[in-house]
Write a protein that binds this ligand. Structure first.
Ligand SMILES: [Zn+2]
Length: 306
């Protein structure tokens, strides 16, 4: 198959005589896509907290048992130890919750959730890229013909070519990374609950266990929200880079948001040109740093294409 860049460039160059380059907007994450992923991650988080609540209710008697004093009471800050059999029973309870979220059905669910997000971001990315190229090549207003008598690219062709690019590697890496992150949701929550239970039994939780569990649940919901935002951005950024490079686009212009949440190092990149081959040292490419909201414009450089 002809390289996408070779096909698209003919049309764009034919229209842009005299110009050395054209800039097109690179795709951005659709808010609805981020929100969908956030809802799914928060549903998993919520399912873990429901199980934790059940565990706390069914082990209420054990959780209230008083700690025993360390043998060496002479030591001023001697630890107090909960009886070993009680700790073993609580630990087994938490382990069985962990089992619920690491078994085959949970694994399948994590894979499906991650895959749905990555494929959705890819579809949005392809749609936006197709639109931008159509605008640049002047095919946006033409009717989509099955066969273009002039041999030009039709809208249908363009969309098909953009989608068929070789993106397998980046899609499977991003899916695997997100499966791993989804698995950390129950693991993190249960590790925190186990620590809270222990601290409570040794008198180190003056606010009480319930308040601590509420804090853990709240933190986990917030973390799910952060993962959804960060991972949709990172996935889109990685796909954008490959899609640009498949088009023969080697450079981009950095676009930063102009508000106080933007890091100074990212703001300093705003409007500057970078090469896809050489990410800026301090920041990486736009959208790669944690919670980076920066975007880019692809540079269609006719000298490099010609
Ligand atoms: Zn940024």
């Amino acid at each position: 198959m002809q390289r996408v860049g070779d096909i698209v460039k003919r049309q764009i160059m034919a229209r842009k005589k005299g110009k050395k380059q054209v800039l097109i907007d690179n795709p951005e994450v659709r808010k609805a896509r981020e929100m969908q992923y956030r809802r799914e991650l928060q549903a998993i988080t919520k399912a873990v907290s429901v199980e934790i609540d059940k565990f706390l209710a069914s082990h209420a008697d054990l959780l209230q048992s008083s700690p025993i004093q360390a043998a060496d009471a002479q030591v001023q800050d001697a630890y107090q130890y909960p009886p070993a059999n009680i700790m073993a029973a609580l630990s087994a309870g938490l382990k069985s919750i962990f089992g619920l979220f690491t078994g085959a059905p949970a694994k399948q669910k994590a894979e499906k959730t991650a895959k749905t997000m990555v494929e959705g971001v890819d579809r949005d990315n392809a749609d936006q890229m197709t639109e931008e190229l159509k605008k640049a090549s002047g095919t946006a207003k033409k009717p989509a013909l099955p066969v273009d008598p002039l041999g030009h690219l039709t809208q249908i062709d363009l969309a098909r070519i953009i989608r068929n690019e070789d993106l397998e590697a980046v899609l499977s890496i991003k899916t695997a990374e997100n499966v791993a992150l989804i698995k950390t949701i129950p693991a993190n929550m249960l590790a925190q609950v186990e620590s809270a239970v222990l601290r409570n039994m040794t008198g180190q939780l003056p606010g009480g266990l319930n308040a601590e569990i509420a804090r853990i649940n709240g933190g986990a919901m917030k973390r799910a929200k952060l993962i959804a935002r960060d991972q949709t951005q990172k996935t889109n950024a990685a796909i954008t880079q490959v899609r640009n490079q498949n088009l023969g686009i080697t450079e981009y212009v950095w676009l930063a948001h102009h508000d106080d949440r933007t890091r100074p190092s990212h703001r300093a990149n705003d409007g500057k040109t970078f090469s896809w081959d050489k990410p800026p040292k301090e920041t990486g490419h736009p959208g790669r740093d944690i919670n980076c909201r920066c975007g880019s414009k692809a540079i269609l450089n006719f000298d490099q294409w010609g």
